[in-house]
Ligand binder design. Sequence first.
Ligand SMILES: C[S@@+](CC[C@H](N)C(=O)[O-])C[C@H]1O[C@@H](n2cnc3c(N)ncnc32)[C@H](O)[C@@H]1O
Length: 278
Amino acid sequence: MAIEKSNNPTEFRAFEEAGWNENIAGYDDAFGGVSRQTVGPALDAAGVTAGMRVLDVCCGPAMLAQGAIARGARATGLDFAAVTALAKRLVPQAEFTPGDAQALPFPDNSFDAVVCGYGLMHVPDPDQALREMRRVLRPGGHVAVSVWEAATPHNGFGLIYAGVRAKGHLNVPLPHGADFFQFGSEPKMAAALSETGFADVKTRLLKQDWRVREPSDITNAVLKGAVRSRAVLSAQSASEREAIHDYLDGVLRSLPRDGADYLVPLPAILGSGAKPRS
Ligand SMILES: C[S@@+](CC[C@H](N)C(=O)[O-])C[C@H]1O[C@@H](n2cnc3c(N)ncnc32)[C@H](O)[C@@H]1O
């Protein structure tokens, strides 16, 4: 499988950077409760233990760096400058370096483990980003990468996009980014890691739940905590948004509850691999 890239990388990167500078705190509020469910499995997959040097690529609020520090590792987070400023406040025990996942500002072989939570689909050239993760890993060290499972009728992203497709429109002009879900199944994740030179590739589907009380929690999460899907939702007319809200309301009522919360499935695909020793 050839890994798709943006055909307009400069504009797409600027679009992502501007979006995350504005929305990273909202992402943590809206999706942090789900992405923190991935931290333990991702650190296990990367073999993170005390004393290791760990790099958290596309760190956002740095939940992976925080988890690595809790295991006694030394963690460095990398993201856009405004995002690392927030991360530094949230996780002062970690080091942070502003930068681009496609050109990591670290020497070869400088980390024992590299993790990347939900970052790959935001990078214009994810193939290059994976190769950079491999370059900075020491031989024998492991990478662990998570992405959202591709949209299905049974998961949260499927629900959002089905709502927009049914009650609004998806033809919103955006700078071209690679398919958001190109790594969103176990075989696709495994193929991407193998193609970019990792050995001992393993994948898992992680069942995770997103707790929401009402449909506006979903639309507000997208508007305040996402970038591409926010642009799509923002482009809907007021009447389309109302119809999408009603659609989501109907679907939510069919989902299981825990107290006042509906449990929306938001599974992850977690992939890991080792840098070959020779
Ligand atoms: C969805 S958030 C993931 C946050 C966190 N890692 C987690 O596990 O939830 C995606 C992050 O990727 C970062 N990002 C996007 N493009 C990037 C790039 N080219 N280089 C570095 N970071 C990037 C964004 O700024 C954002 O913080």
